[in-house]
Design a protein around this ligand. Sequence first.
Ligand code: CAP
Ligand code: MG
Length: 431
Amino acid sequence: MKKIDWYDEFVDLDHKPSPDELIALFYFEPPEGMSFSESAGRIASESSTGTWTTLDRMPKRMRSLQAMAFEMRGNLVKIAYPLDLWEEGNMPQLMSGIAGNIFGMKGVRNLRLIDVSLPSSYIRHYKGPLHGMDGIRDMFKVYDRPLTGAVPKPKIGFSASEHAEVAYETWMGGFDLVKDDENLSSQTFNRFDKRVQQMTIFRNRAEKETGEKKDGLVNITAETDEMMRRADILHDAGWKYCMVDVVVAGFSAVQTVREHVQDTGMIIHAHRAMHAAFTRNPHHGISMLFLAKLMRLAGVNQIHTGTAVGKLVGSREEVKALADLLRSDHLDENIPLNLEQDWGHIRSSFPVSSGGLHPGLVPEVLDIYGKDLVLLVSGGIHGHPKGTRAGAKATMQAIEAWKEGISLEEKAQNGAELSQALEKWGHLRPK
Ligand code: CAP
Ligand code: MG
């Protein structure tokens, strides 16, 4: 019978990828009655040049664009993608290929994109972060501890001036940064322009009174032209950072913001709200590791990576792998978590740990991450019995205890604020 499909031509276990091929690692489950090889062929075909049936008049040269499944181990498959499949520097197009139709194919029951090893011939078309972690530390003159920050809570509802007053208390408690919550943009009760104006007044006052650099992660997420306008308002008011909800804004928007800050030198904080819609299921979707890789490549300076001990999902191993991916120049292959990655000219990004944290959990988080981290403690300072400023002080005392290698309880003997925090929360791990 005449061959009607050609998926087997996208599987070659003897294929040796060339140095400039992109290598993707997938977890996959074939549907009932389909072999692993047939299913792997469908993944490679649909994410490169294939379709469901043979094409008798296909020009021979197009075979050089075919992806090739070349290594299979249980539910894991590695697929090599010729470089020419990918437009230089176009992140959305990369995702339409390796993370597009394939998730909806009947040829897989489940499919998860774990990682893609990007060759230097691909990453050279991206700028990456404008400042590495060192550049950001130089701005704050903070070198021996994590950068610290908090979100005013309740997360939504303050007026612009109330928001700025909470920010002032946070900065006066010793924190470096005050972050907008992911769903705060420019609502009727807290317009963006008004919030920036109020925050600027209180930031200047806090800097004057403390002698320390203070800044904010103000959320510019909106339609892209409006995002540029908001970034410029921040820059003109002397702010170093802007914040983007990168998943809901999208890869194109992140690339646009990165181009836009090239001249102003602004730092981009990436919130990852909505990531868990596709990162959480271990059998289907896209790993947080790959999202973080793309965000560093796109040029964000810091991105949320979890706590392992707080209120949101993310294992200790995943959190550690994420931190290494963002901070290092090279990552060795560590299946099933990640593939090898050389970062070349791409500067480092800070991991951000946030979500259900309070002073009692600080040492556990720092034991995982070390000091090269942005630590966000929000409910865990505003819920302090003595209020926001005391909560921030308690957190700073907890960081000092970790640095000094002493227990929180010991540190609390000389830190009333930490003692009060431990009395309320102890070492509670919120659910
Ligand atoms: C944390 C937070 C952050 C989450 C995001 C919140 O507040 O502001 O958005 O940390 O999760 O809205 O829950 P709390 P992740 O400190 O009061 O919990 O960092 O995992 O992306
Ligand atoms: Mg939030």
